[in-house]
Design a protein around this ligand. Structure first.
Ligand SMILES: CC(C)(COP(=O)(O)OP(=O)(O)OC[C@H]1O[C@@H](n2cnc3c(N)ncnc32)[C@H](O)[C@@H]1OP(=O)(O)O)[C@@H](O)C(=O)NCCC(=O)NCCS
Length: 512
């Protein structure tokens, strides 16, 4: 405590400090961080601090797909800012806030004596987290880790994503949708008998409950030619209400899982029924003999699809079930964190997915191909669009800075299916990637999942307005797995914002 009663860093710093050396592997340092439950290690040369390695560096390393046996020296921040033990807490805080660090080594006479964290400082100095932290949060929360999950992840620089411990593309190439659904819900791939039991459990749930079914013609009539996803939002809400879904906070895992299964199973039926009603056609009941994807196409188109088309759509569906902490998944988890019911979380997910920057692009990608029209027109069309500042639909990704593995897989599915649009799409892809590299150097823009998704679905007879709904019908499985995970270990997600308006408090002017 300083003479004037103000607290100094020595009073609040943590000791002993968890340390590492420059020549250690990052994996060894990360193990120590985990064992000691700390967010950083100070890298020392004898008693002298020479760097700091934080959880953020580990995330950077993982997302770069780098080798965890790389040296600490290659990933640490060298010569980190430090404070003296006698510095006042407020001065140490100013230093932290200025540089955006979360941990600061405490150094006395060149020797490491402790460490202080932003959290320690805030607790003592009672400084508002919003003001202190806001500036260090990147726009769009890019790269910010907001939760722990065992469901899957995306490694952007490596062009790799996984469900649980399995490569998602490999799952899409070798497994059925029901197997992958089971994997996401149960945490392991099913045995043959588990698969069969799961199918027996799920298939009856495809049937739309009577109360909702009877309301569909009216919903379709009132909505006119609104997007099918907007109608789905309404019907999932109605489904939850009519089945008496209760707040997730009041349910145990089995009860919430039962609701999740029901919603995932019936969403494709709802979408197809709404689509058909919007086109003046009678809904087609699910066929209990058909697997998920074949049944989906059957309910949409009214006839049994070829095995080739069913498999192509199934591969697309598997590849889009989950994808890290994307906007709709995050939305579903935020809503679940309030304890709201599962339908509310799914409706929120649908809303987030409907935006063109997230799930609303595949029909726009095909639209772009239509507008380009001929390969001779591709170069001038693409150039003009990018120079105008337009986004090329089906290109770019927040996380992938290499080829999107889903796009690579779907391109091969599209090649298997063939068709008149394929060659043109491949030529446009090549030109667009080249032009983007020239006009947007360093941004690393390649095709994303949406580009070939449109080509594949079009070839299988899925109408354009059903592209994004088809994405929703698989993603609802991913949302549900996340909802179950969030509910199992819940804490309200409630971040803060940096207030940037006119300084308060201003006198309130009298009403005119
Ligand atoms: C997916 C997407 C929203 C990711 O956005 P993001 O991570 O926020 O990327 P940014 O908006 O920061 O873009 C970075 C730069 O690349 C450019 N860029 C990104 N995607 C682009 C695209 N599809 N076409 C042209 N330029 C693009 C941006 O204009 C920006 O350039 P600038 O630095 O000159 O301003 C974005 O790439 C996009 O809008 N793509 C088109 C829509 C689409 O395909 N959506 C489906 C996603 S699966």
């Amino acid at each position: 405590m300083a003479g004037d009663g103000k607290r100094v860093v020595r009073d609040i710093m943590s000791r002993p400090v968890v340390t590492a050396t420059v020549d250690e592997t990052v994996a060894a340092a990360a193990d120590r961080m985990r064992e000691q439950s700390v967010g950083s290690v100070v890298v020392v040369d004898g008693p002298r601090p020479v760097g700091i390695l934080t959880e953020r560096d580990l995330v950077r390393l993982a997302s770069a797909g780098a080798d965890p046996t790389s040296r600490v020296a290659d990933w640490m921040t060298a010569d980190p800012d430090h404070v003296a033990p006698d510095a006042e807490v407020s001065a140490a805080f100013a230093s932290l806030a200025e540089h955006g660090y979360r941990h600061i080594p405490v150094v006395d006479d060149g020797q490491l004596v402790g460490i202080v964290s932003m959290r320690d400082l805030m607790r003592i100095a009672q400084i508002q987290p919003a003001e202190s932290l806001a500036h260090e949060v990147p726009r769009g929360l890019e790269g910010v880790v907001v939760a722990e999950t065992e469901i899957g992840d995306v490694r952007g620089l490596e062009g790799f994503y996984h469900y649980r411990q399995y490569n998602a593309v490999e799952l899409a190439e070798t497994r059925s949708l029901e197997d992958v659904w089971y994997l996401l819900f149960q945490g392991e791939l099913p045995t043959r008998s588990q698969h069969d039991a799961f199918v027996d459990e799920v298939r009856p749930l495809r049937v739309i409950p009577d109360a909702v079914r009877s309301a569909l013609p009216e919903i379709a009539r009132v909505a006119g030619d609104a997007a099918p996803l907007d109608l789905l939002r309404t019907t999932v809400s109605l489904l939850g209400a009519s089945l008496g879904f209760r707040p997730s906070l009041d349910l145990d895992h089995d009860e919430l899982r039962a609701e999740a299964l029901q919603v995932c199973a019936v969403v494709p039926t709802l979408l197809c029924a709404l689509h058909r009603l919007q086109h003046g056609e009678e809904p087609v009941d699910p066929d209990p003999d058909l697997a998920y994807a074949a049944n989906y196409l059957y309910m949409m188109l009214g006839e049994r699809p070829t095995a080739e088309h069913a498999r192509a759509v199934e591969q697309y569906l598997i590849s889009t079930i989950d994808h890290g902490f994307n906007a709709s998944t995050f939305t579903a988890r935020v809503i679940t964190s309030t304890g709201a019911d599962l339908a509310a979380a799914v409706v929120g997910g649908i809303g987030a997915l409907s935006g063109p920057l997230h799930g609303g692009a595949p029909s726009r990608a095909l639209q772009m191909l239509d507008e380009i029209g001929t390969i001779d027109n591709a170069d001038p069309w693409i150039r003009a669009a990018v120079e105008r500042g337009d986004r090329l639909m089906g290109f770019g990704h927040r996380v992938y800075k290499v080829d999107d593995p889903r796009s690579v897989m779907l391109r091969s599915v599209a090649e298997r299916l063939g068709g008149p649009k394929l060659e043109f799409a491949e030529q446009v892809e090549q030109q667009a990637v080249e032009i983007l590299a020239e006009l947007k150097p360093g941004r690393k823009l390649y095709t994303n999942v949406e580009f070939y998704a449109g080509i594949v679905m079009d070839r299988c007879g899925v109408p354009r307005e059903m592209f994004t709904p088809t994405f929703a019908s698989s993603r609802v499985i991913g949302w549900s797995a996340h909802i179950l995970e969030q509910a199992a270990d819940n804490r309200l997600i409630r971040p803060s914002a940096h207030y940037a308006g006119p300084p308060p408090p201003q006198p309130v002017p009298p009403a005119e």
